[in-house]
Design a protein around this ligand. Sequence first.
Ligand code: MN3
Length: 211
Amino acid sequence: MATEVKAAVFEVPALTYPYEALEPYIDAQTMHLHHDKHHQAYVDNANAAIAKAPELANKSAEEILANLSAIPEAVRGALRNNAGGHVNHSMFWAIMGPNAGGPPTGPVADAIKKTFGDFAQFQEKLNDAGVKQFGSGWTWLALGASGLQVLSTPNQDSPISQGLHPILGNDVWEHAYYLKYQNRRAEYLKAWWNVVNWAEVNKRYEAALKK
Ligand code: MN3
């Protein structure tokens, strides 16, 4: 009997903390909808696209995003949006946590200071990029050939597709904040720093330095 080889499929990673753990900055209902419904939809849509292009089944979502021009045109847009959504949100859950926030620690703290002057100037820059991102998107700290940089991207576009390594990112889609903050995106961006897990951000920074 032939062994059935199951194609690799993407899965939503479980949260490592309770849904209510980021209160009062991010409410439990937003976390439930965002993690269980929105992220699941990106994963389902990415898997549906892979099913149409099974030659991609052995590629990681990051590999797909790093070279979108190599992806068959029939599924390129779907994977840009949905593999992007999967990678972006997987990072997002990981870089947040309870009993977090405060000033950065470790090597990323030094790099932020060196690049942006101090933490406050970096926060202002990242928040500003988030406020100015028209419509839906993300605001990022990413590592590139010339060091750290702040950028924003529309929709679920990943800095990976620009040859950058995302270190930290905040979701400025309305689904990330609307239940609690309504139209007040700037207020959400400011509050979000209270849930940043710098230990995890440092892990990503140190991994990116080696790439
Ligand atoms: Mn989102």
